[in-house]
Design a protein around this ligand. Structure first.
Ligand SMILES: [Zn+2]
Length: 404
């Protein structure tokens, strides 16, 4: 089973645009209501030793069950009788919003994400139709339940034989978009480790470094764009809140945000293709991204967007038949790739790896990438003992002994 997502710019008329806005707002309210219900329940369970739980706490009976998706979904059905506004939106769409909230809680529990927040007006930017049929899709139009046929700009063709599964409507500064998820009933063999292997390390001075010595710098135009963004944000703060001029300035900020996000994505795809040009097997560090972004390096990490880069690299590898795997990232910068001894911690200022044991010297990020490559190869069953001149790890995996 192969699932792909296609994104197209919608061409909604005024009526459709008004419906989208209306639905976003209703979804936002449902989200906030359900979040409030969950918050109230949690509050009613927490009681400090030295204060009376009746004061300032919500009074919810002790045996009230924790609000879950299925229970909230049932109360939604009830609420529809009382609030006719809710009936304007297709019920599955509202249920998806409750699922989204549930997911936010699960990722908080399991992945240490933050507590879900209330969404301010305008903060809800998308909603999903989870069940569509192939008949709902024509060449340049999509039929949305309760809304009807909406035209979109066909910027690229959809591969044949796919079945439409779901559609997400997304609002951006530059307009409305639809993300179509299609499924193909084919089994795609995932690539096996083969050909040349490459280790990838993410760094602060360079965006990434590879085991064969390539260092990709973060493009300079991001710095310029960030500066421009700051300027525009300052302009917003000088306008009267809610005024027409404020709204105009705010629109400019959002447009620039979108532009930066697109430019970053584009850059990530370019780098991913460049890596796939060089190897048939790619290993990357399995970073604890949330842990990293909370640390002192936080701002840099989020700006570089490694999470998105790794996911794009994974997709790119899949498309091009390159084997892709994440490997343990612990101590990659403290081990000598040549002799495997631990060399002690490096500070951020140490730019060069110089082994006291064997004398191997190379760029610090490249050394880390070489450790990643060696670890990855070990994980798929290869032992790598020696690294030659240090510039290149290339291992034809069909040969008995790896060579460089
Ligand atoms: Zn060494």
């Amino acid at each position: 089973m192969l699932t792909l997502t296609y994104e197209y710019k919608l061409k909604p008329n005024n009526r459709e645009r008004a419906i989208f806005e209306d639905w976003l707002e209703i979804n936002r309210k449902v989200y906030n209501y359900a979040l409030n219900e969950r918050k109230a329940w949690l509050k009613s369970r927490s009681c400090h030793v030295n204060c009376c739980s009746l004061q300032g706490e919500y009074i919810i009976s002790a045996d009230a069950p924790r609000p879950t998706y299925s229970q909230q979904s049932r109360s939604l059905t009830e609420a529809k009788k009382e609030f006719p506004d809710l009936r304007r939106v297709q019920s599955q769409v509202l249920q998806q919003t409750l699922i989204r909230l549930e997911k936010a809680f699960v990722s908080m529990w399991e992945q240490n994400h933050g507590f879900p927040r209330f969404k301010k007006p305008g903060a809800m930017r998308s909603f999903v139709f989870p069940q569509l049929k192939q008949e709902d899709l024509s060449e340049d139009q999509i039929k949305l339940p309760k809304i009807g046929w909406v035209a979109f700009r066909v910027s690229r063709p959809i591969a044949e034989g796919g079945k439409l599964k779901q559609a997400r409507i997304v609002k951006r500064a530059s307009g409305w978009y639809v993300m179509l998820t299609l499924q193909w009933d084919v089994s795609v063999p995932s690539p096996m480790p083969h050909g040349d292997a490459l280790g990838v390390d993410v760094g602060l001075t360079s965006f990434i470094a590879t085991s064969n010595g390539l260092c990709v710098k973060r493009p300079k135009f991001f710095v310029d764009l960030q500066r421009k963004l700051k300027l525009l944000q300052q302009r917003v703060s000088r306008k009267k809140l809610g005024s027409n001029n404020w709204r105009k300035a705010q629109g400019k900020v959002q447009k620039l945000h979108e532009h930066i996000a697109n430019a970053r994505k584009d850059f990530h795809w370019k780098v991913a293709h460049r890596l796939c040009d060089q190897a048939q097997t790619i290993f990357v560090e399995d970073l604890n991204l949330i842990g990293l972004s909370r640390g002192i390096l936080g701002k840099h990490c989020l700006d570089a967007g490694w999470g998105q880069f790794f996911s794009i690299l994974g997709q790119c590898c899949f498309k091009r038949g390159v084997y892709f795997q994440k490997v343990d990232s612990r101590k990659t910068s403290q081990i000598c790739p040549n002799c495997q001894t631990e060399t002690g911690k490096k500070t951020l200022a140490d730019r060069v790896h110089e082994c006291q044991n064997c004398g191997y010297t190379t760029d610090r990020d490249v050394a880390a990438a070489q450790v990643v490559a060696i670890r990855g190869l070990a994980a798929v069953g290869y032992t790598v003992k020696m690294l030659g001149e240090g510039k290149f790890i290339g291992i034809p995996l069909n040969q008995e002994s790896p060579h460089f």
